[in-house]
Design a protein around this ligand. Structure first.
Ligand code: ATP
Ligand code: MG
Ligand code: K
Length: 669
């Protein structure tokens, strides 16, 4: 089994394979290591990557690119609506409200679920979805030989990734074999394409005044201008002098030309350059907070939150060991300068050497997550279950006391920070809850989890039923109680605890480890089997029904899997058909050439004329009736031609071989 890493970009995708101790980014069928994120649909088959990109201007309505922005988004999402007018293809609302395309850093729960679904459809076993920025950090950590050892102070590195459509920044702390993302920030509306657009705007005006052309009215011309402007932008990264932009037969048979230099380009893209600082500031601020409070919360004693302040100094620019930049758009000199100026440091372009080692990743979940009783049952409780920049994966156990089934609603608590209008993650109904035999509320333990892919779920719920007549009474809390689940969270043992709560219940999860620091005086869950007198309890698993989750349900997913499978078969059929057709065409050309060349001596003039005529007929047929025939028809055509061509070829070969045969014979004699 191989482990494969896939980088899904707005403009480009990369696929890397780990093998024999190294990581190799594999090349596609065009020998490129970077494949355009582009799919082009023709009437019968589809093209992917480079082949599809070449269709952008010719088959623009059916060539989809830049779809990363739409993963898991509802059609009514303002971002989707804002992107819509910029696209040459059209977007539609799917039956579940999500965005579909009609053709024919980091991610929210919904986006992750959508990408995860895609991996399932493609038949991949998804090991882990990682934030863009974390993947970048991993690339750094894997290759660095000189990281501080685990006891030493970690090395803080800033990663800046400006791609085609988005801008992500993160600060990551490294020790040998381990990385922890401290903070992330982003601007989802800043990327290389903004700079392309600035150029496009300029040339639209330029061509309007020079040639009276209204480029914006002509989608194909506009796409071509976009492509040329992107090329020009890249050229300007290496050249500061005047550079030309020429497009032949641009619109209405008019050739256009213009010019631009780096200075001018920087002036016109000033508004985008200004936006570079914001996320940089934000990560620095967050990191100082995170280091301060992260430490405080780790050392606490229950009920009285007595801080033992192991307060770190604010993380300042001096604590930054290095600034590493990735993403194509950071090659724009003014972008790079802006970043370097902010940190007062030169930026290095992340370029991995080779050698793979084990690496433990602690990704962060960049949003606060709030969990509440559902509105139907009155929002009787609301709690911030996961703090901002909490390490993932992680899980927590929440204890409720209920007499009937209840709903839990999960949502991100800071809508304004969310790159997504709907801050609800989903609603989870805990079913089959009944009172205790004596009429009291039952203790219900609900486990909530953010898995390695960063996808949230209510993973299990169980009801703890007291067995009659045994031991002490169970403590009935009026408020639910939230506790960390052991294991995964060694980086951040923050415990969410609410005021006015009765002493905590020690949870009784079988994989809970020693992470409960066991604050003195804490009452043990009777079932935990500690030194306290035992109460016999029965643990009953409760079904959970998830609603409003932006992930495909199994039937739909299976349909997509099936559909993908059919498309693969269809693509294969079309390829075979094309190959068979090309084989006929090649044979026609080849034989025709040889008939007036090397085969001339081996066929009578009359036969040659007849055969030439037949070849011409076949060629015409290929462009007319034979344009689109089943593979078999082409194969039969080829066979028929070969039956005529083969004897000539054989006579030719025999003649060629004869002198050699004589030679061989001569040697032997
Ligand atoms: P995203 O990360 O936003 O989803 P992506 O990963 O597909 O997008 P990248 O491949 O990192 O994006 O970068 C593509 C962008 O970088 C494009 O806008 C491209 O024009 C720009 N770019 C590439 N090379 C250069 C260069 N030499 N100078 C300026 N811009 C460049
Ligand atoms: Mg990218
Ligand atoms: K990016």
């Amino acid at each position: 089994m191989s482990v494969v890493g896939i980088d899904v970009g707005y403009q480009n995708c990369h696929i890397a394979v780990a093998r024999s101790g190294g990581i190799e980014t594999i090349a596609n069928d065009y020998s490129d290591r970077c494949t355009p994120a582009c799919v082009s649909l023709a009437s019968k088959n589809r093209m992917i990557g480079n082949a599809a990109k070449s269709q952008i201007t010719t088959n623009f309505k059916n060539t989809v690119h830049g779809f990363k922005k739409f993963h898991g988004r509802a059609f009514d999402d303002p971002l989707v609506q804002a992107e819509k007018p910029k696209l040459p293809y059209s977007l539609h609302k799917l039956t579940n409200g999500n965005t579909g395309i009609k053709v024919p850093s980091f991610f929210t729960d919904a986006e992750r679920r959508s990408v995860f679904d895609a991996t399932q459809i493609a038949g991949l076993n998804c090991l882990r979805l990682i934030n863009d920025t974390t993947a970048v950090a991993l690339a750094y950590g894997i290759y660095k030989q000189d990281l501080p050892s685990p006891e030493e102070r970690p090395r803080n590195v800033v990663f800046v990734d400006m791609g085609h459509s988005s801008f992500q920044v993160s600060i990551t702390a490294f020790n040998k074999g381990k990385l922890k993302v401290l903070a992330t920030a982003h601007d989802l509306y800043l990327g290389g394409r903004n700079f392309d657009e600035a150029l496009v705007d300029y040339f639209c005006e330029d061509f309007k005044s020079k040639y009276k052309l209204n480029v914006r009215e002509n989608p194909r011309a506009l796409l071509r201008l976009h492509q040329e402007c992107e090329k020009l932008k890249k050229l300007m990264s290496a050249n500061s002098s005047d550079l030309p932009l020429n497009i032949e037969c641009f619109m209405n048979d008019i050739d256009v030309s213009g010019k631009m230099n780096r200075g001018q380009f920087e002036d016109m893209s000033g508004q985008y350059l200004m936006k570079v600082d914001m996320p940089l500031k934000s990560v620095l601020e967050q990191t100082s907070m995170c280091l301060k409070f992260g430490r405080i919360c780790e050392v606490y004693s229950k009920n009285k939150l007595s801080h033992v302040s192991v307060c770190w100094a604010e993380l300042s620019r001096d604590d930054i060991y290095a600034v590493e930049i990735v993403g194509g758009a950071t090659r724009i000199p003014s972008v790079k300068e802006r970043i370097a100026k902010f940190f007062g440091k030169d930026c290095a372009i992340l370029s991995p050497a080779f050698k793979v080692r084990e690496f433990s990743i602690t990704d962060v979940f960049p949003f606060l997550l709030l969990f509440a009783g559902s509105p139907q049952q009155r929002m009787d409780w609301e709690c911030e279950v996961f703090s901002k920049n909490h390490a993932a994966p992680f899980s927590k156990v929440i204890t409720f006391h209920k007499k009937e089934p209840f709903d839990l609603e999960a949502f991100y608590s800071n809508p304004q920070e969310l790159p997504y209008p709907d801050h609800r993650i989903g609603c989870f109904s805990v079913q089959n809850v009944v009172p205790q035999p004596d009429g009291d509320s039952s203790k219900v333990k609900v486990k909530v989890r953010v898995n390695v892919h960063g996808i949230f779920s209510v993973s299990s719920a169980s009801l703890i039923e007291k067995q009659k007549g045994e031991g002490e009474d169970m403590q009935i809390d009026s408020e639910p109680m939230v506790q960390n689940e052991g294991k995964a969270e060694d980086q951040s043992k923050m415990q969410v605890d609410q005021e006015g709560q009765s002493p905590g219940d020690q949870q009784n999860e079988d994989n809970s480890s020693s992470s409960k620091e066991g604050a003195p005086g804490e009452k043990q869950d009777p079932a935990a089997g500690a030194s306290k007198p035992k109460v016999k309890v029965k643990i009953i698993d409760l079904p959970i029904v998830a609603n409003n989750i932006r992930q495909l349900d199994n039937d739909v997913l299976n349909n997509f899997v099936e559909y993908e499978h059919q498309m693969i078969i269809q693509d294969k059929l079309v390829k075979e058909q094309n190959d068979a057709k090309n084989a006929v065409e090649e044979y026609v050309y080849d034989l025709r050439d040889k008939l007036c060349g090397i085969y001339e001596k081996y066929i009578t003039e009359e036969d040659s004329n007849r055969l030439t005529l037949l070849l011409e007929d076949t060629e015409n047929w290929l462009y007319e009736d034979g344009e689109d025939q089943p593979k078999q028809v082409y194969e039969e055509k080829l066979d028929a031609l070969k039956r005529l061509g083969q004897p000539i070829q054989d006579r030719h070969r025999e003649q060629e071989d004869r002198p050699r045969a004589f030679e061989e014979l001569g040697k032997k004699m």
